[in-house]
Design a protein around this ligand. Structure first.
Ligand code: C6P
Length: 404
C-alpha cells in the first residue's frame, strides 16, 4: 500500500485539472501574446483563468492577479520590491515578519539584512501563532512592510490575519500574507480581508508544480522582479505558462467550489487520525489548538521517537509523511516551529507532520494509525533517551501547547 500523507509539501494533480491543461501542452501551444488566431485562442484561455482566480478569491476588478512560477517567487518579489521601492530610496528602513515564516520569506529577509534592511522576526505564542498585539508593538514609523503567513505549513495553525491587516491599515503600513497553506483549505475572501499582497501556489491545492500567483490590491505599484517583455501588463515578464495557469485556475475553482463541505470531510479524517494517535501513544502532543488549524494538518510530537527515524519506518510501510517543511528536510535540524513555541531541543526533533487531502481515504487513515503505533513501539524500545526521560510507558497524551 502506498499512502501519501504529505499534502502540505505538495499535492497530486487532480485528474480533471490534468484534463484541462493537456490541450495547452499539445495542439493549443501558441504564445498568448501572439496576434494570430492561435495566439488569440490561448489568450482567451488566460483571460478565463484570470476570471476564475478573481472569483475564487473574491478579488475586485481594481486588483491585480499576476501569475508567477511559484510562491517562492511571489514572496521574493514582494520583499525585494518593497526594499527597492520604499527602503533603497530612504523612505523607510524596516520590515516585519514572523520567525515561523517559510524559508522563502526568512532567507530573503536574511539577504535583505546584508543590504542594510532592518528586519524584525516576531516570536509566536505557545500555539505557534503571532499575536496581533505583537505585530502592533513592532510597527514603527520606519516600517515599510509586514509579512505574516495566513496559515503555517508545519502546524497548520491559522494566524489572525483579519486583525493584523486592520492594524497595518490603521498604521498605514503595507501588509503581505503568504497564503500558500490557506488557499483551497480555508476561506480566503479578499473582499473581507484587507491585504495588499498575497502569495499562492497551485501545487498546494491539486494543481501542477511551477505555477503560482501574487495578488496585488488596487493594482498598486510594485517594481517587477523579472524585467523583459510586456507580459502581465509589464508586471512579470516571461512567456506565460498557459497550461500551468489554466490548471491553477481550474484547481482553485475545484478546491473552493464546495470548500466548507470538503474541508469538513478532510477534518473528520484528520481528527480521527489525531484522536487515535493521542489516545494510544503516551507522551505524545499535537502542536496547536485544533479549532484554529487548517483541516488537513497535524504536527505530532512523540517523546523518545526521533522524527527522521519515524519517517524511515513509515516510509518502509509505504507511508509518506514529513518532519516539517519539505525544503528543510535534508538537514537534520530541530523543527523550527517547535523550537519557536518553546519545545526543548530533544522534543523539537520529534515532530511528524501528517497532512491529508480530499483524496485521502478512511482506509489510508486506519493504515497510518496502525503503522505509526507499530513504529513508536519499535523506536521507543531502542531509544535510550525515552527510557531515561520516561521510565514507565504510562503518561498523559494531549493536544497541547508545549510551554503550557
Ligand atoms: N512548503 C512544505 O513542505 P512554492 O513551492 O515555492 O510554490 O511554495 C513555497 C512555500 C511558501 N510558503 C509556504 C507557507 C509554504 O508552505 C511553501 C511550500 C512546502 O511545507 C515545501 S518547502
Amino acid at each position: 500500500m502506498q499512502i501519501y500523507m504529505d499534502n502540505n509539501a505538495t499535492t497530486m494533480v487532480d485528474p480533471s485539472v490534468k484534463e484541462v491543461m493537456l490541450p495547452f501542452l499539445d495542439q493549443s501551444y501558441a504564445n498568448p501574446n501572439s496576434l494570430h488566431d492561435a495566439g488569440t485562442a490561448t489568450h482567451a484561455a488566460i483571460s478565463k483563468a484570470i476570471d476564475q482566480v478573481y472569483a475564487a478569491l473574491n478579488a475586485s476588478d481594481n486588483d491585480d492577479i499576476v501569475f508567477t512560477s511559484c510562491a517562492t517567487e511571489s514572496n521574493n518579489w514582494v520583499l525585494k520590491s518593497i526594499w527597492i521601492d520604499k527602503i533603497l530610496n530612504g523612505d523607510k528602513s524596516h520590515i516585519i515578519v514572523s520567525e515561523v515564516e517559510h524559508p522563502s520569506i526568512l532567507s530573503t529577509c536574511k539577504f535583505l539584512e546584508t543590504q542594510g534592511v532592518k528586519v524584525t522576526y516576531l516570536g509566536v505564542n505557545e500555539q505557534g501563532v503571532v499575536e496581533v498585539a505583537t505585530v502592533e508593538q513592532a510597527i514603527t514609523d520606519e516600517t515599510a512592510l509586514v509579512s505574516i503567513m495566513w496559515a503555517n505549513n508545519e502546524t497548520g495553525m491559522i494566524f489572525p490575519i483579519e486583525e493584523i491587516s486592520k492594524v497595518c491599515r490603521d498604521k498605514d503600513v503595507l501588509f503581505h500574507s503568504d497564503a500558500v497553506q490557506a488557499v483551497g483549505k480555508i476561506d480566503v475572501d479578499l473582499s473581507k480581508i484587507d491585504v495588499d499582497f498575497l502569495s499562492l501556489s497551485a501545487h498546494k491545492f491539486h494543481g501542477p508544480k511551477g505555477v503560482g500567483a501574487l495578488y496585488i490590491k488596487n493594482s498598486q505599484s510594485l517594481s517587477p522582479l523579472l524585467h523583459g517583455g510586456e507580459h502581465m501588463g509589464g508586471r512579470r515578464s516571461g512567456t506565460l505558462n498557459v497550461a500551468g495557469i489554466v490548471a491553477l485556475a481550474e484547481a482553485l475553482r475545484l478546491a473552493t467550489d464546495d470548500l466548507e463541505n470538503t474541508s469538513h470531510k478532510i477534518a473528520l479524517k484528520r481528527n480521527h487520525l489525531e484522536d487515535k494517535l493521542l489516545e494510544t501513544i503516551p507522551d505524545s502532543f499535537v502542536v496547536g489548538d485544533r479549532a484554529h488549524r487548517t483541516p488537513n494538518t497535524l504536527l505530532i510530537s512523540i517523546r523518545g521517537v526521533e522524527g527522521e527515524s519515524m519517517l524511515w519506518d513509515l516510509n518502509r510501510a509505504g507511508i509518506g509523511a514529513s518532519t516539517g517543511s519539505a525544503c528543510a528536510s535534508e538537514d537534520l535540524e530541530a523543527n523550527t516551529v517547535m523550537l519557536a513555541i518553546g519545545a526543548d531541543s530533544e522534543l523539537a526533533h520529534t515532530g511528524i507532520r501528517f497532512s491529508l487531502s480530499r483524496f485521502t481515504t478512511d482506509e489510508e487513515v486506519e493504515y497510518t494509525i496502525s503503522k505509526t503505533q507499530e513504529a513508536v513501539k519499535r523506536l521507543r524500545a531502542i531509544s535510550s533517551s525515552y527510557a531515561v526521560v520516561q521510565p514507565t510507558l504510562g503518561g498523559e497524551a494531549a493536544e497541547c501547547n508545549i510551554k503550557g
